[in-house]
Design a protein around this ligand. Structure first.
Ligand code: HPA
Length: 265
């Protein structure tokens, strides 16, 4: 289905008022979609959208208002490790752009490499390391594929998010997120390598969406909820169950920051 047809389908259900901002929800954060007053459209009704999904995600697109701002909330993402497609979120992001959005805020669950950013805390992405060697724009034929990635994480959005966090008395340190393909977790040696390379957190998502969003001309910010110390940094054994159990700790803070951010727009 073309983007134009997808826009018609969505606007027929949710109304034609332009969306200002898109939000992608990470593992264990799916319930945030419930905070939005609006129309919920199952991904299954949206051709090109991810199908199976990962437990802890909520495969619905919710379009409505949060703190008076019209938003599109993607309750689930497709990760590269699900089907081997780094561009799996392209139809969703193209739709977001076509609905009128100027910006994307991506969220994820991640492991921390920084002792001063413990589980339950949040981290604002200042930049990323692509540890996967993959790129969602491979195969794109136009010159637009040569996307500059300096300043990919928008300075103004970041400043607004930091101010929102401060107003809510939530600590929001900045750091470099590293994309690891998954689905197996990293080895302790890989974590040591990532640390040397300059990574502050590690996860299995977000980077392909950020590249696609910059390709489409969306401004981007991203926030990790830290669910664990990265493998080898504590005695705890990492698991998806643990990620899902820990994510709500950060989710409550994340919701407060996002609400304060939206009120300030
Ligand atoms: N590694 C990769 N992805 C993750 C982690 C991790 O430690 N925690 C949550 N998602």
């Amino acid at each position: 289905m073309s983007v134009t047809d997808l826009v018609s389908l969505v606007q027929a259900r949710a109304g034609a008022a332009p969306v200002r901002l898109g939000l992608i929800l990470g593992s264990g954060l799916g319930h945030l979609a419930g905070a939005v007053e609006g129309v919920s459209i199952p991904y299954a009704d949206l051709p090109g959208f991810p199908h199976a999904g990962v437990s802890g995600h909520n495969p619905n697109l919710v379009i409505g208002t949060l703190e008076g701002v019209r938003v599109a909330v993607f309750g689930a993402r497709e990760h590269y490790y699900e089907n081997g497609n780094p561009a799996a979120m392209r139809p969703a992001l193209e739709l977001l752009k076509a609905l009128g959005a100027e910006a994307l805020i991506a969220t994820n669950a991640a492991g921390s490499l920084r002792r001063d950013i413990p589980p339950g805390d949040l981290m604002l992405l200042s930049d990323h390391l692509n540890f996967s060697g993959l790129n969602p724009l491979i195969g794109e034929r136009t010159d637009a594929r040569f996307v500059p990635m300096g300043g990919a994480y928008d300075a103004d959005l970041r400043a607004r998010l930091r101010a929102a966090a401060e107003a809510e008395h939530v600590t929001l340190p900045e750091g470099v997120y590293t994309w690891y393909s998954g689905p197996s977790f990293e080895t302790p040696a890989e974590i040591r390598a990532i640390k040397i390379l300059g990574g502050d957190a590690v996860g299995m998502s977000t980077v392909p969406e950020v590249i696609l969003a910059r390709f489409l001309g969306l401004r981007v910010a991203a926030i990790s909820t830290i669910t664990n110390m990265a493998q080898g940094m504590s005695d705890e054994q990492i698991s998806h169950e643990h990620t899902k159990a820990m994510a709500p700790l950060g989710a409550a803070k994340l919701e407060r920051i996002l609400r304060a951010f939206l009120r300030g727009l």
